[in-house]
Design a protein around this ligand. Structure first.
Ligand code: KMH
Ligand code: ZN
Length: 277
């Protein structure tokens, strides 16, 4: 089975590691809230979920038991492809980030280099990137290469030239744009990033952080790319209008896709796209 070009992958990133529950009570931070979110987002048109896990105090964690519990919560409530974040929070040690794959996700995020992240640093040294990639190959986990900057596009080419393709022989990329410290969330930056992609890349999408979300989403659709949305990336629909739920962001992404004559991809199609089919 191949995935037709009109099929649009909508990934939802519902929680992230940066926003506190106190600041945003709508943020899903428990397995029960996650299950409800996964169900609603699948019904709205999402095919994949990008997960950061929270503990009983709503704080970000890479605890193995909780990682497995959250993965199970998604699988029991939906058919969504489960992608675990290996980025975690800026405070997570590299060794714990490698162990995320022990929780047996379908996919994992894999950021292609170190990025200034607001006032913090999101560490992804080259030896860590290589180790994580080889681990994903060993475990049959589909990586989604996260690109925060143009230099990381070149690093992806270097990684694939050195270690070959992922297990399913599909290379899916997500441009994460508009992080203070990374590439700006603009159509110009996206066009430059897409033009620089190495030839092994088989599909790509984009997400714009904060107020860049619409500019990046519309630019991605114009270039034939896919979309990631969710409360990890944006908490307002417009100036002064808070997001009420992740499903609301998925609904908006699907509506944008429909204007571009794209229809939401099913989770089964997303598995094929990622080489999991
Ligand atoms: N929370 C950021 C420091 C990922 O999930 O792989 C990293 C991040 C990327 O969100
Ligand atoms: Zn993330």
């Amino acid at each position: 089975m191949s995935v037709p070009p009109e099929a649009l992958l909508v990934t939802v990133a519902p929680t992230g590691a940066e926003t506190s529950k106190a600041d945003c009570p709508q943020l899903p931070t428990t397995p029960e809230e996650l299950a409800t979110t996964a169900r609603a987002c699948e019904a709205a048109g999402a095919a994949m979920i990008h997960l950061h896990v929270r503990d009983g105090e709503h704080a970000p964690t890479l605890d193995q038991v909780l990682l497995r519990e959250w993965v199970a919560a998604v699988r029991e409530s939906s058919s969504l492809v489960v992608q675990l974040s290996t980025g975690g929070s800026v405070h997570d040690p590299l060794e714990e980030r490698l162990r995320v794959l022990d929780a047996e996700p379908d996919s994992c995020s894999l950021t292609m280099g170190t990025t200034n992240f607001g006032d913090d640093v999101f560490l992804n040294p080259w030896p860590f990137v290589c180790e994580l990639y080889q681990l994903a190959q060993e475990r049959g986990v589909a990586p989604e290469f996260e690109l925060f900057d143009l230099g990381q596009v070149a690093a992806l080419g270097r990684l694939l030239d050195r270690y070959g393709l992922p297990v399913g022989e599909k290379v899916h990329v997500d441009f994460v744009m508009g992080v203070p410290g990374g590439m700006p969330g603009t159509a110009d930056a996206l066009v430059a990033g897409v033009a620089a992609l190495p030839p092994q890349v088989t599909s790509w999408g984009a997400t714009g952080i904060g107020r860049s979300t619409l500019a990046v989403g519309l630019a991605s659709l114009s270039k034939g790319g896919h979309l990631r949305v969710g409360m990890e990336d944006v908490l307002t629909l417009a100036r002064g209008v808070p997001v009420e739920s992740n499903a609301q962001l998925v609904e908006r992404a699907v509506a944008m896709g429909e204007l571009a004559q794209r229809r939401p991809m099913t989770p089964s199609e997303a598995r094929v796209l990622l080489g999991l089919g």
